[in-house]
Design a protein. Structure first.
Length: 559
């Protein structure tokens, strides 16, 4: 392909990245709304993420298992372009299913909530197929050494979707007015705010998916692109993943069963809640143990493990798991953090206003906007600026992106001057991080993981705006991690690159498991203290940065 055609193809490709961001970030508004509308607890509300990100895992696993049975890479047989088209069509089906799933639904009908989860699952199943194809597609559209920069550019478009998604969904559900907490509760109870608006939104989204599928299918500038490598079986990896899936399904099935009986109170409720939390940690630890077992077993006897015989990939799988988990859980539990009841310690201690569902969109948009800021900065290298211009852009671009966030939110709930100042300071810290990282993926991960740990600790041990913006800064520090982890994880995999990409997409599973774990921690303890799980996630990412450098240096792999 010519250089010009590469740019045209990349421009077409990034449209799907926008969709992923728009829908995923909208969950941050939809989750607290579901909690209020369906009268569910924090854990149950996080099942939106469980269905959404769990579909990524199931979709990638199905591709892997079917490919193993057919003795050929199914996605490679289709081509990356067709894989994206099929994924968009599947997502369109899920969006259209949302209409009958919520038809006639009224406040308090928990059974309808589970139908919503099914529709979400189908939408994300399509996303799984799209993302499995799109990430290696973006890397293949040029020099592999600049692959992470193209992923950053695509990620910047994705993050624009994450920035406007919460605002659009908030406007669709609640309108432009800002209701008091009592007014909002009354309107929901009287069915004056219903799921009809959600139906309309997803009909529109479904049509957009169909239009995007047509754009990809008929685009002559977008090559089919297939991997030239032969399919490699990995029976041991397949068996491990199937066992892991059974354990996770068993854990969540048990927890679901505890919600189907009579309503519990007092000591009985406390006992059940503690059991639910333990079972959730079993699901979480099963993933960690499975991956660490693979790490040790594959080194001793690599036959049958396929791409998993490469330690950088196995470490990267757990890194993607924890990265997606922490990125999603900070944003998804943010709504509950901002809805703390009067009299609680934490945010209320410095008289931060208690917000309701209709007022959350701007802060959730700001969190996801932080990811947009970092990814726009990460994409600067794609345009090959001079050294001096690049330094200037590292300072200018973040604040231009921040200006876009402020502008977008002015249509719903404008930020105060103090809020703008707080976040501008957080951006300045991020800019310093970029200057220190110097485009090196390992150094970038080290710096931003460390900053993530600091941000979460500040949020845990302070109150008011300081705590709030410390948690919000998590978006800034997560922003640049995906392309760094993805690029380092598939470095040196050769003929196993396609399979390695599939394994990495499976580990988006972190977004399905870690948010419900935090949700239950919030139910049992408090929403603010539940953010300790974010500290642990950033801690592993810091470890990964150090460990994967040693692995790649030992192999003599260029990164």
């Amino acid at each position: 392909m010519s250089h010009q055609n590469n740019k045209s193809a990349l421009a077409t490709l990034v449209t799907v990245f926008f969709f992923w961001g728009f829908i995923a970030a909208s969950n941050g508004v939809f989750i607290p709304f579901c909690k209020t509308y369906f009268n569910i607890d924090q854990f149950q509300s996080q099942l939106v993420d469980f269905a959404f990100y769990g579909a990524y895992y199931i979709g990638a696993l199905l591709l892997f298992v079917i490919s193993g049975s057919a003795k050929k890479d199914i996605l490679n047989n289709w081509g990356y372009k067709n894989g994206i088209v099929y994924g968009l069509l599947l997502s369109a089906i899920g969006a259209f299913v949302m209409y009958p799933a919520t038809s006639g639904a009224e406040q308090g009908q928990t059974n309808v909530f589970y139908l919503v989860l099914i529709a979400y699952f189908v939408v994300a199943l399509g996303f799984s197929l799209q993302q499995t194809a799109a990430n290696p597609f973006a890397i293949a559209l040029g020099d592999p050494k600049t692959g992470s920069h193209r992923l950053n550019l695509a990620g910047g478009i994705n993050s624009f979707g994450t920035t406007i998604g919460p605002i659009v969904v908030s406007l669709v559900i609640f309108g432009s007015a800002t209701w008091s907490t009592d007014e909002l509760a009354g309107m929901i109870a009287d069915n004056k705010i219903t799921l009809v608006t959600v139906q309309t939104l997803y009909l529109g989204v479904g049509l957009l998916f169909l239009m995007a599928a047509a754009l990809f299918y008929f685009s002559k500038k977008l090559p089919a692109l297939k991997s030239e490598t032969a399919f490699e079986s990995a029976n041991k990896a397949r068996n491990l993943l199937l066992i892991l899936t059974i354990i996770i399904v068993a854990c969540f099935s048990y927890i679901f069963s505890t919600y189907s009986g009579e309503e519990l109170t007092g000591a009985a409720l406390e006992e059940v809640e503690n059991t639910r939390l333990i079972v959730l940690f079993v699901a979480l630890l099963s993933v960690i143990v499975a991956i660490l077992t693979t790490f040790r077993s594959a080194v001793k006897k690599p036959e049958g493990w396929g791409a998993m015989k490469y330690p950088q990939l196995v470490l990267g799988m757990l890194a993607i798991f924890t990265y997606v988990g922490v990125e999603v859980t900070i944003g998804s539990n943010l709504g509950e953090l901002l809805k703390q009841a009067a009299g609680d310690t934490g945010l209320n201690a410095l008289k931060l206003p208690i917000l309701n569902d209709s007022q959350l969109g701007s802060y959730i948009s700001l969190y996801w906007g932080g990811l947009m800021i970092g990814r726009w900065v990460g994409a600067i290298t794609v345009f090959n600026p001079s050294k001096g211009l690049k330094k200037a852009l590292l300072i200018i671009v973040p604040y231009v992106a921040f200006g876009v966030i402020i502008l977008v939110n002015s249509f719903k709930t404008p930020f105060t001057s103090n809020e703008i100042l707080f976040f501008a300071i957080c951006i300045a810290v991020q800019i310093i991080g970029f200057f220190l990282a110097k485009d090196n993926p390992v150094t970038t991960l080290k710096i931003f993981s460390f900053l993530g740990i600091i941000g979460m600790l500040v949020g845990l041990f302070t109150h008011g705006n300081i705590a709030l913006f410390a948690f919000l800064s998590g978006g800034l520090f997560c922003s640049i991690m995906w392309p760094c982890i993805f690029t380092l994880s598939i470095a040196g995999l050769g003929k196993y690159t396609s399979q390695g990409s599939t394994f990495l997409i499976m580990m988006i599973l972190g977004g399905a498991i870690i948010p419900p774990v935090q949700g239950k921690l919030a139910d049992v303890f408090s929403i603010q203290s539940s953010y300790w799980i974010a500290v642990a996630c950033f801690g592993y990412l810091l470890f990964y940065a150090y460990r994967t450098k040693l692995v790649l240096d030992k192999q003599g792999v260029d990164y």
